[in-house]
Design a protein around this ligand. Structure first.
Ligand code: FES
Length: 386
């Protein structure tokens, strides 16, 4: 007679692990066997498992199905609305007071709102499906260290498939169709957003497309003056060569006489992202290197460079007069003002665009023409016409 069976098992050996089957044996198992094995291998002990809807087809179950499907349907509809708004809603700038201003201002809220609602509704649909159809289960799992072995990886798939099967997803056609529609429309919307530049034509307007011209472009031969921003768009402070001390810089914007009483036009030329220009007066006797084709872009010691960094478009507002370097604070690119603002440090690879300037009969600094190249970061079709 032995007495060992009367003693409690040693701590940690209450549920000895079953022998691990080989991958070939796992291949021959049914889905349920694999799912059970996955739990055993992971030391998962299912204490309680009860189906949510043990009697299929009750009115309460149908109601729950409709509630879940409704969220997927909302997601599909808002995804569709996002798609239509993204492609068809007028997005081009309209000034306040002009026809179409309200529609233009609603572009971002409509696109963002419909996209957000679509993602939110699909998330709520998934969560409510889990809450309403996954079995109520209480499991206890022992903690393991290290990675899972091959058999564990093979069986975990079965566990996931079985979890789906336990919710009777196969016979819940309404939910499957609604979820498929929502995911499809949302995926389509994201696809369209990714290829949107191919759907919209950035070159509408030909040579006057927004990427080619800036507010410095003279229209009908009208003079474009250099002005300061004093904080009041109606206070026109024009710039004369004698205003600035050698070795200094100030920011200037375009001004046309025809805009003098037009508040909207005045504000627009002060706020346009491609308008700000650094007017730099070099110290006398600086050794200057001109860019080919731009030998007459300066006026005496005055040089005008776009403030928009050629790297990623930040304002390059810092001018260090001792070294003649212009610094962009975003990623520390440096440009040499005495050498056509070519980059000498940092990630920028192209010079800042130089504005050709001169002085008119009244003694004011004016733009001789628009920039010879697009200001700011590069883009695929960029060209240079000195
Ligand atoms: S934007 Fe100027 S350095 Fe990056």
């Amino acid at each position: 007679m032995t007495t060992s069976s009367q003693h409690p098992p040693a701590l940690g050996t209450e549920n000895p692990k079953p022998p691990t089957p080989t991958p070939a044996e796992v291949e021959d198992m049914t889905l349920d066997q694999r799912a059970r094995l996955a739990g055993d291998l992971d030391d998962v002990d299912v204490v309680h498992n009860q189906r949510k809807w043990p009697i299929p087809g009750t009115r309460a179950e149908k109601r729950a199905e409709r509630a879940v499907a409704m969220w997927f349907a909302i997601s599909a509809l808002s995804g569709l609305a996002f798609l239509v708004a993204f492609v068809a809603w007028p997005f081009e700038y309209v000034a306040p007071g002009e026809p179409g201003y309200l529609t233009y201002t609603l572009y971002t809220p409509v696109v963002g709102g419909t996209f957000g609602l679509s993602v939110l509704a699909i998330g709520i649909g998934v969560i409510s499906y889990i809450k309403k159809f996954f079995p109520d289960e209480v499991s206890v799992q022992q903690r393991h260290d290290g990675a899972s072995d091959d058999v564990a990886r093979l069986t975990v798939t079965a566990q996931l498939v079985k979890a789906g099967k336990d919710t009777d997803i196969a016979r819940r056609k309404l939910i499957v169709r609604a979820a498929g529609g929502a995911a499809g429309v949302l995926g389509l919307g994201l696809g369209v957003a990714a290829v949107a530049p191919l759907v919209r034509d950035p070159w509408k307007g030909g040579d006057n497309a927004a990427l080619w011209v800036t507010p410095w472009k003279p229209v009908n031969g009208e003079t474009v003056y250099l002005r300061r921003d004093t904080g009041d768009p109606h206070e026109i402070s024009l710039v004369r060569p004698e205003d600035q001390a050698p070795g200094s810089m100030e920011t200037v914007f375009p001004f046309r006489e025809s805009d003098r009483d037009n508040e909207e036009a005045l504000i627009r030329s002060l706020r346009a992202s491609d308008a700000p220009v650094m007017l730099i007066r070099l110290r006398p006797d600086e050794r200057v290197v001109h860019r080919n084709g731009q030998e007459n872009f300066n006026y005496g010691d005055y040089y005008a460079f776009s403030k928009i960094c050629s790297h990623l478009g930040c304002p390059t507002s810092l001018y260090e007069s001792q070294t003649n370097r212009i610094l962009c604070p975003c990623h520390q690119s440096q440009f040499l003002a005495t050498e056509y603002a070519r980059p000498v440090f940092g990630p920028a690879t192209r010079p800042l665009a130089q504005l050709p300037i001169t002085v008119n009969d009244e003694g004011y600094l004016v733009a001789a023409s628009d920039f010879a190249e697009p200001v700011g970061p590069a883009f695929w079709e960029r060209r240079y016409n000195p």
